[in-house]
Design a protein around this ligand. Structure first.
Ligand SMILES: [Zn+2]
Ligand SMILES: [Zn+2]
Length: 667
């Protein structure tokens, strides 16, 4: 009598649309959904997760079905987590295998098999401080938040740095942990959250777990074990923490919800940690608390729609109030011959006064290098990267022209390749030029530069931040990298040079981002006893972002730019999906574009922009073409996405190894 065979459908950590079927050998009959198995695919061994057990394998030759090799001792994946993976894969139009790979990177899988080291004495519980006392305003905010939670609404805490968001988070988390729950607390970057981490540790002691991608495998395993055991705790982590098994999820907190670091650009799943955490919370019935000083338009849209409740924390008790903002019109200054290099005389005077008081200055510029471009004064030619369609930046410290997209570089000879004349001129000023100018204007001040080049190593970055915090740097010139994180006690003047470069980006989110960035920078200036100032040099003093920053218009302009997004059908009013094709051959690209167009027609996607060329249309010798799909925010759209995914998979298969990526809700 032939034995009845059992088969298992297995999800493998690969970009595979189909589950692979394996037979269950004798002695392993106990395998069930969620169990980890070791199998072979195309000659390689993989760890995968069983998604289904069945009695037959229709369409497959039973003799060709390979058996499961072994059952690695990794704790099984819960049904709830499998369901969450499936939801994520559907939403972000990728495979469950890609989600599995993100959730259990190979290092974690391998480590999980290794036996746990003998448990030493439990980590000494730090002396636990009592929960902080709340001010009247904070108490009111706490009641409002708890009320919204009991109404099953998402809470959006709107408050600047120092307004007491952290106190509120702790108050919301504490009773839930005491009740045996587990709290997921997401932050954009762990390195920038050290101060927050320390405060949470003081209150929650050994109940605080920290999770991020830089943890070693044994450290990760420890967090996993603690969570799966179901013990009450708070896990503070970056976006990948959403993949942790959290059986007793009782609250999700997303700090700085607007931050674009929550988005994973590459590889798939191209998810937003905030949105994924909200999906997770809704599947588990856990409440969500978001926090930001500059809420995303998506969040504000949901407040207007009545889905979120906004709780304002206006007061700022660690500081003396928002830094005052002064706008300097550089068009006017140039006309009046009031500019000295990249700086207006007015700003230079402000810097001098600040230094004389023994205080510190931060100069922000969004472009690194000495000059963002060089140009030939004879023929007007601007040298570009041979592999990308972008101008080369001039770096004076090593006398090179460099591409900031692919890293290609060459020695700067000053000779124009187009006409042969000498004397190529650097145009504009990046951080390196500003540093040089400031050293010249303020020879006695200690000036340093903080950008991708000077902070190449983690140690250099930390050292410079420490030096600035301890006051051994007077002027720090920096890019975006300097906007987050630490508080500097003696920093009272933040200067933004050429703010215009923040506004001119061809991106529907440019204004939203510029406002967030400037607000964050403003938050760096001043302390309780030292009032802060922010000076912005710009050619567009009347730009809406600046008007909003100076409080000339607030809610009005906010709704104004939301109205603009509505008029032109941009998120949050539609769901944006971007298909990107990267291809070396122009001919193949043309064919791909035609094929994608007909797929979109077949799927009934009517609102499509494309094929369009992004601002940089060639990177590293590959031509880039995009399709922007504007899908309605209705439930029915899920089906369209599913069909589209199937057709795009077939297209990839037909062309063989072609680079077509799909990004849902791009940042
Ligand atoms: Zn020339
Ligand atoms: Zn390049």
């Amino acid at each position: 009598m032939a034995e009845a065979k059992i088969y298992a459908d297995v999800i493998l950590p690969l970009k595979l649309n189909d589950r692979m079927t394996y037979s269950v050998p004798e002695g392993m009959e106990g395998v069930s959904r969620g169990v980890w198995v070791e199998v072979i695919l195309a000659g390689r061994k993989y760890f995968g997760v069983v998604d289904a057990i069945k009695d037959e394998a229709p369409g497959l030759d039973p003799l060709k079905i390979r058996p499961i090799i072994s059952l690695p001792p990794i704790p099984p994946v819960s049904k709830e987590d499998l369901r969450f993976w499936k939801t994520l894969a559907d939403y972000y139009m990728c495979c469950e295998g890609e989600v599995l790979k993100a959730a259990y990177p190979q290092a974690v899988q391998k480590q999980a098999v290794v036996k746990s080291r003998r448990k030493g004495p439990a980590k000494e519980e730090n002396a636990v401080e009592p929960l902080p006392k709340l001010s009247t305003a904070q108490s009111a905010a706490l009641s409002a938040a708890e009320e919204a939670i009991s109404d099953k609404k998402t809470v959006l805490i709107h408050g600047v740095t120092g307004s007491g968001k952290t106190e509120l988070y702790m108050r919301l988390a504490s009773p839930r942990i005491e009740d045996g729950g587990q709290v997921l607390f997401l932050v954009p970057e762990i390195a920038m959250s050290r101060q927050l981490q320390e405060r949470l540790e003081r209150v929650f002691g050994g109940n605080l777990l920290v999770f991020h991608s830089k943890l070693t495998a044994p450290q990760k395993k420890k967090v996993l074990e603690r969570l799966t055991s179901g013990q009450p705790c708070m896990v503070l982590g970056t976006r990948s923490a959403i993949f942790l098994p959290i059986p007793k999820l009782s609250l999700v907190i997303v700090d700085e919800e607007h931050d674009s670091s929550y988005k994973q650009a590459d590889p798939a799943p191209r998810y937003n940690g905030r949105d994924a955490a909200m999906l997770l919370a809704s599947q588990r019935g856990a409440p969500v608390v978001l926090g930001s000083a500059t809420p995303s338009y998506e969040a504000l849209y949901n407040v207007a729609a009545g889905k979120y409740v906004k709780v304002d924390l206006a007061e700022r008790y660690h500081r003396s109030g928002d830094a005052r903002v002064k706008i300097i019109d550089t068009r006017k200054a140039r006309r009046l011959k009031d500019m000295k290099g990249s700086f207006s005389r007015e700003l230079l005077a402000d810097i001098r006064k600040t230094l004389e008081r023994g205080e510190q200055v931060l100069v922000f510029r969004s472009r690194r290098a000495y000059a963002p471009v060089v140009q030939c004064p004879q023929c007007g030619d601007i040298p570009k990267c041979p592999k990308c369609n972008v101008p080369l930046s001039y770096h004076k410290y090593n006398n090179t022209l460099e591409c900031h997209y692919c890293g290609w570089h060459t020695t700067f000879s000053g000779i124009c390749k187009a006409c042969g004349s000498t004397g190529l001129l650097p145009k504009g000023s990046g951080t390196e030029k500003l540093e040089e100018e400031l050293r010249e204007y303020f020879p006695d001040a200690r000036t340093e530069r903080f950008d991708a080049q000077t902070t190449e190593s983690r140690t250099a970055e930390q050292e410079m931040l420490t030096d600035f915090a301890e006051g051994s740097i007077d002027i720090l010139v920096g890019t975006q990298m300097i906007t987050k994180g630490f508080d500097f006690a003696k920093l009272t003047l933040v200067a933004v040079v050429q703010a215009d470069s923040l506004f001119s980006i061809q991106d529907f989110r440019a204004d939203e981002r510029a406002f967030q960035l400037l607000t964050q920078l403003r938050g760096r200036a001043g302390r309780r006893d030292l009032p802060g100032r922010m000076v912005i040099q710009t050619d567009q003093p009347e730009h809406p972002v600046l008007m909003r920053l100076t409080g000339k218009t607030d809610a009005l302009l906010e709704s104004g730019s939301l109205a603009e997004r509505k008029m032109f059908s941009y998120p949050p009013f539609v769901r944006l999906v971007v298909i990107t094709v990267r291809e070396r051959s122009e001919g193949r690209l043309w064919h791909l574009e035609r094929d994608i167009q007909s797929i979109l027609r077949e799927c009934g996607v009517n609102s499509v922009l494309g094929p369009v060329k992004p601002p940089v249309e060639k990177i590293d010798n590959r031509l880039i073409s995009q399709f922007w799909l504007k899908l309605p925010r209705t439930k029915g759209v899920a089906l369209t996405k599913n069909i589209l995914k199937v057709k795009l998979d077939a297209l990839r298969l037909r062309y063989g190894n072609v680079d077509v990526t799909v990004d849902v809700d791009p940042q």
